[in-house]
Design a binder for this molecule. Structure first.
Ligand SMILES: NC(=O)C1=CN([C@@H]2O[C@H](COP(=O)(O)OP(=O)(O)OC[C@H]3O[C@@H](n4cnc5c(N)ncnc54)[C@H](O)[C@@H]3O)[C@@H](O)[C@H]2O)[C@@H](O)CC1
Ligand SMILES: [K+]
Length: 511
């Protein structure tokens, strides 16, 4: 699913209005009826207090229409107009009048008014600001937002949590609505998925308000949300008349004394995702444990007992996964540098492989094109330098990716894959996967997918999604705390099956 910018959403609105020859207030009515249907189908007339805070722009206009519809269906509503400007939008004004005609009299809140009383049992509708927020909310608005956040009530945000800008981090982190649920119009918003801005969104759902499909499908976006519909077409079925050679020979290079387990996890994941053959290259000390733990994996050893010191390969691997548990020993760094020079195949580079690159940036030019780098935030910072915001981080990673023609997986709650100018935001995974070795599993999976002939970028999108899905399946029986890396591997097979499971009817995609 494409992730559009605010500008593009306004364009889509305009194009819909023009093509369908409808008025903007008819589009607002359509959007708000979707909101109403959502609320009504859940509450079914239950008598709870619904408190609506509406701004004076079109987000507030949506709130006004919703208030009218709720009132007409017998719900108990209290409407506040948050009067932060006298530049009221036309559609807001129109719907304010319609609300009054329906004999609902809103209270106006401004700087000099006391904060309204709220109860934890209320349902609060947050329609103060939408995607039009373009400067810091005034201090009194900030206070109102803090007051709403402190109420412990369920907060339903219209389109986006009020106070959250679309293209930057908030000016003051406490001046943003903490939403229980966001009903967002037509398309998901990038800020729902970034670490510093996604924290305001507990759950979200897209409401289809029928914006111009032609515009939406023709327009390129900088980001895409990766769910099952995006991943399924990437799947490469196994052929009946195939053999292990069809699915590639992966090489996993890594490990040092005390860190052989990382190679074990990566090799096992690589096999479990479907690589035809897997060879692990480790220091001598890893030989017995690896041979014992995974009989399917072949093992080559370095001449050094504890560290990798010189990589000599008696075969040509299809792809190399390198860096896990490798350490920062000088001999290892030069062996890694020599490996980069001698191999043309794509690589998946992780952990200390990445740290060696940041310590020796001259090696970056030798990284084979279309390789995949999988840094966690600290490793990324060492590669691209510090960033001021999540947005700058994305821009810097895009520049890095273009410069070296590599895909970069920014690992996190929503891992984002950057390739050149485009970002792919993953939707699977859970906090249980924040555990030792989970990155080693990802490295093995990506390596194993490339081995099978998935082009590296597709392997990365597919693999990051499948890794998260395997983690979700593991957590569904074990819970977050007991989910560990080896359990993610055990669920790779079920994750493949899950991909092909028929979705339940009307299933909604939530975060
Ligand atoms: N036709 C459309 O454009 C549709 C728009 N819809 C709603 O319209 C929203 C966008 O509406 P608007 O563009 O009116 O913007 P908002 O309702 O988000 O904000 C209202 C206005 O406040 C001003 N403003 C921004 N930051 C401010 C600040 N810190 N303090 C004071 N004033 C500030 C801006 O001039 C902005 O236009 C969407 O989020 C969505 O809820 C929906 O009704 C669907 C259709
Ligand atoms: K809002």
């Amino acid at each position: 699913m494409k992730i559009f910018s605010a500008q593009q959403i306004y364009e889509a609105d305009k194009s819909t209005i023009k093509k369908e020859q409808i008025t903007s207030e008819a589009l607002m009515e359509r959007a708000a009826s979707q909101l109403f249907e959502w609320v009504h189908s859940r509450l079914r007339g239950t008598q709870v207090n619904i408190v609506l805070f509406c701004g004076i722009g079109n987000n507030g206009g949506d709130g006004m229409v919703l208030a009218r519809m709720l009132h007409e269906h017998g719900y108990s509503t209290k409407v506040y107009v948050v009067n932060y400007s006298d530049k009221r939008s036309e559609d807001f004004l129109l719907n304010l009048n319609r609300l009054k005609e329906a004999e609902v009299w809103p209270d106006f809140i401004n700087e000099s008014i006391e904060m309204p009383e709220l109860s934890p049992n209320d349902i609060i509708v947050d329609a103060i600001f939408g995607i039009g927020l373009n400067r810091p909310p005034a201090p009194w608005l900030g206070k109102l937002i803090q007051h709403i956040n402190a109420s412990q009530a369920f907060v339903l945000s219209v389109d986006i949590p009020s106070g959250l800008p679309m293209d930057r981090e908030p000016w003051d982190p406490s001046h943003v609505i903490q939403s229980s649920y966001v009903l967002t119009f037509q398309v998901p918003k990038l800020v729902f998925f970034l670490p510093k801005t996604g924290i305001y969104v507990n759950q979200w759902e897209v409401l289809d308000i029928g914006l111009d499909q032609e515009y939406l499908s023709k327009t390129d976006t900088d980001f895409e949300l990766i769910g099952r519909p995006e991943v399924l077409p990437l799947y490469r079925p196994r052929l009946k008349f195939s053999h292990k050679g069809t699915y590639g020979h992966s090489l996993i290079v890594g490990g040092s004394y005390g860190k052989i387990g990382a190679v074990q996890l990566a090799s096992n994941a690589c096999l479990s995702v479907g690589s035809g053959l897997v060879t692990a290259y480790v220091p001598k000390c890893g030989y017995h444990s690896l041979q014992t733990a995974i009989p399917e994996v072949m093992v080559l050893t370095d001449s050094d007992e504890e560290n990798i010191s010189q990589i000599e390969l008696p075969f040509e691997p299809t792809v190399i996964g390198v860096g896990i548990g490798i350490g920062l020993n000088e001999k290892t760094a030069s062996a890694f540098g020599a490996l980069l020079k001698s191999v043309a195949a794509s690589m998946v580079i992780d952990a200390d492989g990445l740290n060696i690159l940041s310590q020796n940036p001259e090696l970056l030019k030798d990284v084979p094109e279309l390789s995949v780098l999988t840094p966690h935030p600290k490793e990324l910072e060492r590669l691209i330098g510090k960033w001021d915001s999540d947005f700058e981080k994305l821009e810097k990673t895009k520049a890095f990716s273009s410069q070296y023609n590599v895909a970069v997986v920014i690992k996190g709650a929503h891992s984002i894959i950057i390739y050149k100018d485009k970002g792919y935001v993953n939707t699977t995974g859970n906090p249980g996967m924040a555990t030792a070795g989970s990155g080693d599993v990802l490295t093995g999976m990506l390596t194993g997918l490339i081995a099978q002939g998935y082009p590296p970028l597709e392997a990365t999108i597919f693999g990051v999604y499948l890794h998260g899905l395997a983690g979700d399946l593991a957590a569904s029986t074990l819970g977050y705390e007991a989910t560990k890396a080896s359990k993610i591997i055990e669920n790779i097979g079920s994750a493949y099956s899950e991909l092909f499971r028929q979705p339940e009817q009307n299933a909604q995609e939530n975060n």
